[in-house]
Design a protein around this ligand. Structure first.
Ligand code: PMP
Length: 422
């Protein structure tokens, strides 16, 4: 894996110093490109993030120099590939501060992680009359798997309301936990509003009622330092592609005691210890949940993304993004006819907004002609859109490599939208 010192450096003077964003941007080849003849202004990081050269190099070097299937070969290449895959698991374990390496299951992403828990833990524990607790700000991937499970079992999906500011109603969460609740599934950060939920507090409330908690960390991992032991959660899921890693790879963290008791999700090669036609014995953790050839390169690429994030520094990322969010919020407030959705006290760098004059799709299209990439739509959070009585929003979501100048370009383009449609 590429040594950290080879990368373009942020400011090397410690955690409190500011980021050298101009230098860091040079680590991302795509940020040097143009769209419609204009410099790319990439503000769709909540959908997926861009990849630094260190991750791209790790992927191509893996295929050029180490490619072989894991676990099976006795030859050098296979051993090297197996070792690199195991090291990637260790990097993830350290990144989220899990207790054990075997608690890290590689998946295709957040969606697969949630489906895995719903189809194994959920099917095992949820019975007719039971309840699953989610919130009104969940992404579809943290709604539908539970809805399907509840339909299958005759259980009830209960939804904790969200306030007008876009914060979770904590009293309602407390009140809605009951003796029938088998699991609470909550997002750490809302992709549509940017709200950061007080997950540690939610876990404590749920555990006081004996209810395990799954945390959807998809939007948290690029912005916040994660400590699953401190949060106390039972499951934590995320995707590599939102944290500067490759697509197609993600992680399910589960407490070993729970994972041990859960049946396998998929069956086949690698997840077995022995197979006879009359009986199969399943493999130990984490292999029990990783049937078939895994995304070896993806896992190793995710490991490189973790190295990169650690090098940049999550605390420095947080302060730069907080400053961008403050600047962007003021800027949007200064434009006639713009209304921001999601005004939580604790927010990640997501600016979701609507304009009196123009539909979000028109906004998206006009911005694209200026080289500015934002998202327009329901953000896979249709119940939340309904809650705020809008069909869609325009969303600018920021990463540490974004700048004030890019927000100024957004502001100028929105002024133009107002002129044209207003
Ligand atoms: N949860 C949240 C909060 C998300 O933002 C997303 C992606 N937009 C997902 C889950 C699903 O992630 P993936 O598509 O990588 O599985």
């Amino acid at each position: 894996m590429r040594a950290v010192r080879e990368m373009t450096s942020g400011s090397p003077t410690g955690a409190a110093s500011t980021l050298d964003v101009a230098a860091l941007r040079r680590d991302f080849p795509i940020l040097q490109t143009t769209v419609h003849g204009k410099p790319l202004v990439y503000l769709d990081n909540a959908a997926t993030s861009q990849k630094p050269q260190a991750v791209l190099d790790t992927l191509s070097r893996y295929y050029a120099e180490t490619n072989a299937n894991v676990h099976r070969g006795l030859y050098q290449l296979s051993e090297a590939s197996t070792r690199a895959y195991a090291e990637a698991r260790l990097r993830v374990k350290n990144f989220i501060h899990a207790r054990l390496k075997c608690e890290i299951i590689f998946t295709r992403g957040t969606t697969e992680g949630i489906n895995l828990v719903a189809q194994t833990y959920g099917r095992q524990h949820v019975k007719a009359g039971d309840e699953i607790l989610i919130t009104h700000m969940e992404h579809h991937s943290n709604i539908v798997p539970w809805q399907v499970l509840c339909e299958e079992k005759g259980a009830r999906l209960r939804v904790v309301p969200v306030t007008d500011a876009g914060e979770l109603d904590l009293e309602a969460f407390q009140r809605m936990l009951s003796d029938r609740t088998r699991l609470a599934a909550v997002t750490y950060v809302s992709n549509a509003l940017g709200t950061v939920n007080p997950v540690k507090e939610l876990v404590a409330m749920a555990h006081a009622r004996g209810v395990p908690v799954l945390v959807d960390g998809a939007q948290a991992v690029p912005h916040l330092a994660i400590d699953v032991l401190d949060l106390g959660c039972d499951f934590f899921v995320f995707s590599g592609h939102k944290m500067f890693g490759p697509t197609g790879i993600g992680v399910l963290y589960g407490r070993a005691e729970l994972l041990e008791e859960m049946p396998p999700y998929q069956t086949g090669g690698d997840m077995i210890l022995s197979v006879r036609f009359d009986k199969t014995i399943f493999n130990s953790l984490p292999h029990k949940f990783e049937a078939g050839t895994p995304d070896i390169a993806g896992a190793i690429g995710l490991g490189a993304a973790i190295d990169y994030l650690n090098h940049v520094g999550l605390d420095r990322i947080a302060s730069h993004e907080a400053e961008l969010l403050r600047y962007g919020t003021e800027l949007l407030h200064s434009i006639d006819g713009v209304r921001i959705l999601g005004n939580a006290a604790h927010k990640a760098s997501v600016l979701s907004f609507v304009m009196d004059a123009a539909h979000p799709h028109d906004i998206g299209q006009m911005l694209d002609s200026e080289g500015i990439a934002i998202r327009a739509g329901h953000h896979c959070a249709q119940p939340l859109m309904e809650r705020f009585d809008v069909p869609a929003t325009a969303r600018a979501s920021l990463a540490f490599y974004n700048t004030r100048e890019e927000l100024d370009a957004l502001g100028k383009a929105l002024e133009r939208v107002h002129e044209v449609f207003g």
